[in-house]
Structures are given as structure tokens and as C-alpha cells.
Design a protein around this ligand. Structure first.
Ligand code: SAH
Length: 377
């Protein structure tokens, strides 16, 4: 197979670039485009030879794109317009503008790329932006698949349910190489990468109803977590941890203020667990729903700390909670969950909170690598 020329849009810290490497598809990133200077610094640190365009996408002309002459586009357009917590502005949201610009320009490219992979959050599949994308792809002669997948499907103990679209131009279209739209006969398909594991692909944000056991957890929550932890096709958290000696506990232990205020909202996991919740860009700053925390002291049982916690004084509460030695996962560990290779690193000057922020915006490299293989081979 020829060396593909790959365009990486909304490139962030280069999750797509790592996925391309991991997939084994011969290719080179001809341009990585993003407006976030911190993310670009990290990208450059890891891929010094890749051309990075620190520009807004809507400021790039058709001519510039034509000159890049690419065979594949990898992209993760901004997801806030589609998230359930966001305002769901969809097509009207200003952050969608650059993506609509690409869709508008796309049919006018001199040479259409053979392959496309797009990543977005759950919710995108119901947006009119998605309908617009699908319409453009059909008009340009692509066949495509839409897939919802979480890293648990590839054995990683982390939930990150995301929408993916992979598209391939139909063969006639490549031979024809005409930029004018024709209708595709191939039906669109919606398939899952692997059959979802029972209970593992459910978004954890969707609180189940039922009787509360302790720590605001219902019988159903507890059962779901138990099912996840018993699923042997998923690896254990401990496989993703840094060696104990290398974790500076002072930086990562949850401070007393957070413990007292948010203890009941924390998603706590142990090294033998086979689950964790999605790490988002607010990890380490906000507590609820931003990612799991790790219990480092196994001698203390979670239940013994949390049962009847409310009846104690603040001081006693704190003493009980401290026994668990709860800590945040380090950015390196979050990167491990997200499938980043050991060669990935941050430049020294990037603060820990910034590291969490860019990782939270990124993607699971292993999942995307598998999808790329599905698309190309
Ligand atoms: N896949 C990336 C992250 C994508 S998050 C990774 O692996 O890190 C979306 C990215 O789009 C953010 O980094 C943001 O800075 C960038 N972005 C948003 N709007 C943009 C625009 N109009 N032009 C260029 N980049 C943009």
C-alpha cells in the first residue's frame, strides 16, 4: 500500500496521529491544524517533524487544502455543541462553524480523500450537523459506517463512549476523480466494533433509580459496577498505573477540603477493578463526573468508611476518609487509559491541570487505531 498523505484537523495533542501509527497503516501527517497553542506545543514536543498549522480552520482556503493533496482526513470537531451537559447549540453554535466550513468546501476539492474518520461525543448522532455530514458524504460518493464504541470493547477499563464515522470513497469515484457529486448506491450501515459488554458501555452519568445503599449508590449502581469488575475480558486498573515510587503522592492525594465536601460524589476504584469513568478536561479541578479516583489503602473497606458517615463530626469524617488514601490518577496514567504509547510525554512547563485538560479533550488511541484498520485494510 502507498504511503497515505493524512490531514489531521482539530489535532489537539495528536491522538489521531498516535492512532495512525498504532494502526500500522503506512502514512504521514501532512498538516496538523489546531488553534490551541498549549495543545500545539505538546504536539510539537512529540512530533517535531510534523507541520503544525496554528490557525482557525475557517481561515484556510480551498487552495491551501488542495495544495496539501491528502488521501485521508482524521478529525475530532469541537464536541461542546453536542454534549448532553453543553447547551446543545448544534448547527447554530459558533463552535460548529469551522466544521460546516469544511463540509461546504469538501465537494469542491480537486481530489477527494479516499478515507475519512471522524470522532465526536455521544449526542452527535442525533444532531443536524451529523445529517449535514452524511448528506455531503453521500453526494460525494462515499460509503460509511457510524459506530458508537467505548474502550471497554478493546479490553481497557475505562468508559469513554464516543461516536465515530468512518467513510471510504467508492472505487468508481477514485478512478473518476471528479469533484462533482454523484449519488452512492451503497447503503449506510450502523454496526458496533465488538458486541458491547453487558453493563460496560452504559454511560455512567445516567443514574439508575433504586434503593440507596451507601455513598448515594443504589442497588443497581452497585450491581452494574460488580458486573463490570467481573468481566475478565477487561484488564485491571493496576496494569495502567505508574510504579508506586514514581507517583509524587503530595501532588495527587485528594485534599481534605475536597474529601469533606465531595466524598459522596466521588467514583472510587481499586487497583483490581476493571472499570473507571471517563476522564474529562475538568479532572483534578472539579469532582463530579470528571473521572474516577484511586483508593490506595486496601486495608480499609470502602463500606466501613461510608456507612453512616453523616453522623460523625467533620473531624471524625475526615479521619475516616483519609484512611482510604484516595488519589487522582496521574496524567501519565490517564494517558495510559487513553492508549497513548510510552513515548508520549509532556514538555516540562505544562502544568498538571493543563495536562488533564488536553487529555480530557483527546481520544482513545487503541479504539481509533482499530477503526482505522477496519476502514483501510
Ligand atoms: N483529537 C484531538 C482533540 C480534539 S478536541 C486530540 O487528540 O487531542 C477539539 C480541538 O479543536 C481542540 O484542540 C480545539 O483547540 C480545536 N479547535 C476548535 N475550533 C477550532 C477551529 N475553528 N480551528 C482550529 N482548531 C479548532
Amino acid at each position: 500500500m502507498d504511503n497515505l498523505r493524512v490531514l489531521e484537523l482539530y489535532s489537539g495533542i495528536g491522538g489521531m496521529h498516535y492512532a495512525l501509527q498504532e494502526s500500522g497503516i503506512p502514512g504521514q501527517i501532512v498538516a496538523a491544524i489546531d488553534i490551541n497553542t498549549t495543545a500545539n506545543q505538546i504536539y510539537r514536543h512529540n512530533f517535531p517533524d510534523t507541520p503544525i498549522w496554528n490557525k482557525t480552520i475557517e481561515g484556510i482556503t480551498l487552495d491551501d487544502f488542495n495544495k496539501l493533496s491528502f488521501d485521508m482526513i482524521l478529525m475530532s470537531p469541537p464536541c461542546q455543541p453536542f454534549t448532553r451537559i453543553g447547551l446543545q447549540g448544534d448547527i447554530a453554535d459558533l463552535r460548529t462553524k469551522s466544521f460546516l466550513y469544511i463540509l461546504d468546501l469538501f465537494p469542491r476539492l480537486c481530489r477527494l480523500p479516499r478515507f475519512i474518520l471522524l470522532e465526536n461525543v455521544k449526542g452527535f448522532e442525533k444532531s443536524s450537523t451529523r445529517d449535514h455530514l452524511v448528506k455531503t458524504l453521500k453526494e460525494c460518493g462515499y460509503t460509511f459506517q457510524e459506530i458508537m464504541v467505548s474502550p471497554t470493547s478493546v479490553g481497557i477499563p475505562n468508559s469513554r463512549l464516543r461516536y465515530f464515522l468512518i467513510a471510504k470513497i467508492s472505487t468508481e469515484k477514485i478512478l473518476d476523480a471528479s469533484p462533482h457529486p454523484t449519488k452512492s448506491n451503497s447503503p449506510e450501515q450502523s454496526t458496533a466494533l465488538c458486541p458491547p459488554h453487558p453493563g460496560t458501555c452504559q454511560p455512567e452519568e445516567e443514574m439508575q433509580e433504586g434503593h440507596i445503599l451507601y455513598k448515594l449508590e443504589t442497588v443497581m449502581d452497585a450491581q452494574r459496577k460488580r458486573n463490570q469488575n467481573n468481566d475478565l475480558s477487561i484488564r485491571q486498573i493496576q496494569d495502567f498505573l505508574e510504579p508506586r515510587m514514581e507517583v509524587n503522592m503530595e501532588h495527587y492525594l485528594l485534599p481534605p477540603k475536597i474529601l469533606l465536601r465531595y466524598a459522596l460524589l466521588l467514583d472510587i476504584v481499586q487497583p483490581t477493578c476493571r472499570r473507571s469513568i471517563c476522564f474529562t478536561k475538568g479532572y483534578g479541578r472539579y469532582v463530579e463526573g470528571t473521572g474516577s479516583v484511586l483508593q490506595c489503602c486496601m486495608e480499609t473497606e470502602l463500606e466501613s468508611v461510608f456507612r453512616g458517615l453523616d453522623q460523625y463530626s467533620e473531624e471524625e469524617k475526615l479521619q475516616r476518609l483519609l484512611k482510604l488514601k484516595l488519589r487522582y490518577f496521574t496524567p501519565r496514567e490517564v494517558a495510559n487509559f487513553m492508549g497513548f504509547p510510552q513515548s508520549f510525554s509532556f514538555p516540562e512547563q505544562i502544568a498538571i491541570k493543563q495536562q488533564y485538560r488536553v487529555l480530557g479533550n483527546s481520544l482513545n488511541v487503541v479504539v481509533v487505531a482499530k477503526l482505522l484498520q477496519l476502514l483501510v485494510f
